[in-house]
Ligand binder design. Structure first.
Ligand code: FCX
Length: 432
């Protein structure tokens, strides 16, 4: 058993016993109430699942096993320019411990050894029109690997419940190892005429992904390390994570549950917002006829968008009530690495203009930027302007969090998810 798996197994067994005992003793303890507006308002704030890997605070933003993004940046083993290695975050999410450099290097090597993508994935992708949306290609590519599921095979062979987590661990590690190759393949066939780039196994997970996409720029590698770290997890209630949890709770294997989650990520109110942001900015630039719009011009364009009853992409959040620290981390990156980018200046001007305008509407609970408000401008700076691909990058990163959480969920023996729905007649009856 590899050292990560060994460490996880010890921690998981302890927590499994602890949670069982807590459940037995305190199972009837009331942990909250549900209001009518929560039932009709998208279940905001209703606590209904255990998610070990991260927790979101409305003011502070995400914490991975208790560590904020600035702490993660400082503490995790990093690449040559100091940006954290996502391998380290995955280790942290599974064990609760900051890994050593050796542990992270071993994980990089482990993923390299699992990264071979079965030929049928490429054949399947090649049978799709090249202009099929990259997120559709991504979920199809993931599903084309499902026949390799170790969980599926072992379940059919009669695997004991206590071994479920072990098979989910193996599937999750294989999936994470392969996803950059699948994603890069989609990018190169959709936008670079199918000229594919062989992996460089001397590189870490992020740098190799950057390489296969087509860039060996050291700064872009650093951006990818940061990007793939900060998009990894956002507790369990967001649509992609919750979908993975829901589907996984039926004992559908990690390929199926992760693909389901990616279809949730592909919605414009969720992960697809990163493509919507840059599309909206490009359209603004075209309409205004300038790459350096003034704040007044931006204000007018924002107003037009609101008047057309559309949302301002990249702003607002279901839980956060302050600027997203993932936005701030990307801004810091731009301040450090990028000089004189009109597009990035525009993103910062939008940040000055939009919040007061959303606040003035009187209904928006969070007028601040989220993670998607900044990411596209950074990618465009390094030559990746094909924005329909952006959500795939988000998805590759999100695999780390949702699959780590999925391993925990199976190790803790969590049951089938099955909350209660009600009819409108039932609601009216309750109010009589
Ligand atoms: N622009 C215009 N109106 C907005 C808005 C925005 N950016 N954000 C919220 N509103 C509106 C809502 O549409 C809603 O209007 P309605 O009452 O007429 O239907 C009202 O304000 C109240 O919504 P609120 O409670 O603040 O927000 P929700 O929890 O319902 O929705 C999202 C949260 C994120 C879906 C919402 O803010 C939004 O649509 N933002 C733009 C899309 C986006 O950036 N999504 C990415 C989010 C995230 F980072 C991610 O998951 O990746």
């Amino acid at each position: 058993m590899d050292s990560l798996k060994q460490k996880f197994a010890e921690k998981a067994l302890t927590l499994y016993k602890e949670l069982r005992a807590i459940g037995k003793e305190h199972g009837d303890k009331v942990m909250g109430e549900v209001t009518l507006s929560q039932i009709t308002g998208g279940a905001r704030g209703i606590k209904m699942m255990v998610w070990e890997t991260s927790q979101l605070d409305a003011q502070e933003g995400i914490r991975f096993r208790g560590y904020s993004i600035p702490e993660i940046k400082k503490l995790l083993p990093s690449g040559p320019q100091g940006e954290p290695l996502p391998e380290g975050l995955f280790w942290l999410m599974l064990t609760g411990e900051i890994p050593t450099e050796e542990e992270v290097n071993a994980l990089t090597k482990d993923w390299q050894s699992r990264a071979e993508v079965p030929q049928q994935v490429y054949t399947t992708l090649d049978s799709l029109p090249a202009d099929t949306h990259p997120m559709t290609q991504f979920t199809i590519g993931i599903m084309a690997m499902q026949s390799d599921s170790i969980f599926d095979r072992r379940y059919a062979e009669g695997m004991a419940k206590t071994d479920h987590w072990d098979a989910v661990y193996e599937d999750s590690m294989n999936l994470i190892a392969r996803l950059p190759r699948v994603a890069a393949y989609i990018y190169r066939r959709a936008f670079k005429g199918g000229e594919h780039i062989a992996p460089d196994t001397s590189l870490d997970w992020s740098a190799n992904f950057a390489h296969m996409l087509g860039s060996d720029d050291e700064d872009f590698r650093s951006l990818m390390r940061l990007y793939l770290t900060i998009h990894a997890d956002h507790e369990g209630g967001n649509a992609s994570a919750h979908t993975v949890n829901l589907v996984g709770s039926t004992l559908s294997d990690p390929y199926r549950s992760f693909a389901a989650g990616m279809n949730a990520l592909a919605g414009p109110l969720h992960g697809l917002a990163n493509q919507e942001v840059i599309k909206w900015i490009f359209e603004m630039i075209e309409e205004l006829g300038t790459k350096t719009p003034t704040k007044e011009q931006i204000q007018q364009y924002v107003q037009e968008t609101l008047d057309a009853r559309k949302v301002i992409p990249g702003y607002g959040h279901a839980v956060l009530r302050e600027p997203d620290p993932r936005f701030t981390a990307q801004r810091r990156f731009a301040e450090e690495y990028i000089k004189d980018s009109d597009l990035i200046e525009t993103v910062w001007k939008i940040f000055d203009v939009v919040p007061p305008m959303l606040e003035a509407l009187g209904k928006v609970k969070n007028p601040w930027p989220n993670v998607d408000a900044h990411s596209g401008a950074l990618l465009v700076h390094y030559g990746f302007s094909e924005y329909s691909f952006y959500t795939v990058l988000f998805g590759v990163s999100r695999a780390l969090g949702v699959l780590a959480a999925g391993i925990w969920t199976r190790a803790l023996g969590m049951p089938l998810e099955r909350p209660k729905s009600v009819t409108s007649d039932w609601i009216k009856d309750q109010l009589k």
